[in-house]
Write a protein that binds this ligand. Structure first.
Ligand SMILES: [Zn+2]
Length: 104
């Protein structure tokens, strides 16, 4: 059955394990690739691996969000805004004060 051998990660447990190992070693080398200023997209593993492509996309989205949420020099009001937003989220709805027709 060697003539029907396909490079499918789901083909055998051994291949799946090998694919996971390749992903693990790629992911372990990501910081070094980024630190070297190289383009992750050029990595041969990444180009052939949808799982790692999804991972890199997620990481880039998170990094981009972090850049927008946390400017290099965050203003003093940032924490106040966060605390206020959390307080609004957690404020329990009180039917007696929220739905008082006398205030209408
Ligand atoms: Zn991978």
């Amino acid at each position: 059955m060697t003539d029907s051998f396909l490079p499918n990660p789901d083909h055998s447990p051994q291949q799946a394990a090998a694919a996971e190992q390749a992903c693990a070693s790629f992911q372990a080398s990501m910081p070094a690739i980024l630190a070297a200023g190289e383009d992750l997209q050029l990595d041969p593993h990444l180009r052939s691996c949808p799982r790692c492509q999804a991972l890199v996309r997620d990481l880039e989205a998170i990094a981009e969000a972090a850049r927008q949420l946390m400017p290099a020099d965050p203003p003093d009001t940032l924490w106040d805004q966060i605390q206020r937003a959390i307080a609004l989220e957690e404020q329990p709805t009180n039917p007696f004060t929220d739905r008082d027709p006398a205030h209408d």
